[in-house]
Design a protein around this ligand. Structure first.
Ligand SMILES: [Zn+2]
Length: 325
């Protein structure tokens, strides 16, 4: 049996159950928070808040989430361990990778394969080695192994830094077999350029999620990406700033009608705490929480002709195929 790594250890892929493939627990700017901790406040309260929201999610029937928080988003796995220990009924898969829309973090910018070679060492990208370490040995000193790789290709497309991260992610994928999720700016339609890089690096496209695909309402581009083998992340339910509830849900219905249910996964891209926006500025997103898919999206899809088998594909079978291989 294939196993998937979670914060609390490996689980059988058959035990993953209904899965949300793109969530967060905490997104923050670590060095700002270390120096200006007032907004974050009490660590125990933040953890208790996440625990209560995730317990409610598990009670709603979701068995697994992928927390796709990586370098650049304040990933801190000891904190996630404290949460996971208090919600053992929910599998939490954590990720490795790097989140940037343009340049790589300065740590990596001069640690290039060329510089390594000039110093007489093997010509390889330390970034890919870090990702492999997170997957094979565990993150930091936690022993928690990452179960997914993550990068971002936003509106600017494949800048030098973004291209490097995408290639490092693809190389770590081919070395370890871990699946990939890619934040995209759907309206910019960078999918073909992403496919070119993935093909050059020999990635298995059936293990790659094209994230935030539901931010656009134009299905033909998305179908071409699914036809190429990618899975489409319909994964920002509740973020009405890019597309409304009905636009997002009706797009899922349309893609299901085209026979693509096996190429869709559902999620919210929610986070219990996110310091990229001032407090209160996201309060208009009333449906942006972990329960929206379970309470609102699934009933709407069912009422509009999406079958139980198609919902099973989006929530259970396709996540298991991607995570488990
Ligand atoms: Zn996200």
């Amino acid at each position: 049996m294939t196993q998937v790594q979670t914060v609390l250890g490996p689980v059988e892929v058959s035990a993953l159950g209904p899965t949300l493939m793109h969530e967060h627990i905490f997104i923050l700017t670590a060095d700002v928070q270390q120096n200006y901790p007032e907004e974050w406040g009490d660590e125990d309260q933040r953890i208790a808040d996440a625990v209560s929201q995730l317990r409610a999610l598990a009670a709603a029937g979701i068995k697994t989430i992928v927390d796709v928080t990586v370098i650049g988003q304040g990933r801190y796995v000891p904190r996630i361990q404290r949460v996971a220990e208090q919600v053992p009924e929910l599998n939490i898969v954590v990720a490795t990778g790097c989140y940037t829309f343009d340049e790589v973090p300065l740590f990596f910018s001069r640690r290039t394969p060329q510089v390594e070679a000039s110093l007489g060492r093997a010509e390889r990208d330390i970034m890919a080695d870090f990702f492999v370490r997170d997957i094979e040995e565990g993150i930091g000193r936690t022993g928690v192994q990452a179960g997914m790789l993550k990068c971002a290709v936003d509106e600017k497309g494949l800048t030098g830094g973004v291209d490097r991260v995408l290639r490092a992610v693809a190389q770590a994928h081919t070395r370890t077999g871990a699946p990939i999720t890619i934040h995209t700016h759907a309206a910019s339609q960078h999918g073909p350029a992403i496919l070119d890089v993935l093909a050059q690096e020999g990635a298995d496209l059936s293990r790659v999620v094209l994230g935030h695909s539901g931010d656009v309402t134009q299905p033909d581009y998305l179908q071409s990406m699914a036809d190429a083998g990618l899975t489409l992340g319909m994964d920002r339910f509740g973020i009405d700033h890019f597309a409304s509830f009905t636009e997002r849900a009706d797009l899922v219905i349309k893609l299901c009608q085209r026979g693509l249910a096996d190429h869709l996964v559902l999620s919210h891209d929610y986070s219990c705490y996110l310091d990229w926006f001032p407090p209160g500025s996201l309060d208009d997103l009333h449906d942006w929480h972990y329960l929206h898919v379970s309470h609102d999206v699934i009933p709407y899809l069912r009422a509009h002709g999406v079958t139980p088998d198609q919902i099973d594909a989006m929530l259970v079978r396709t996540p298991a195929r991607i995570l488990g291989g």
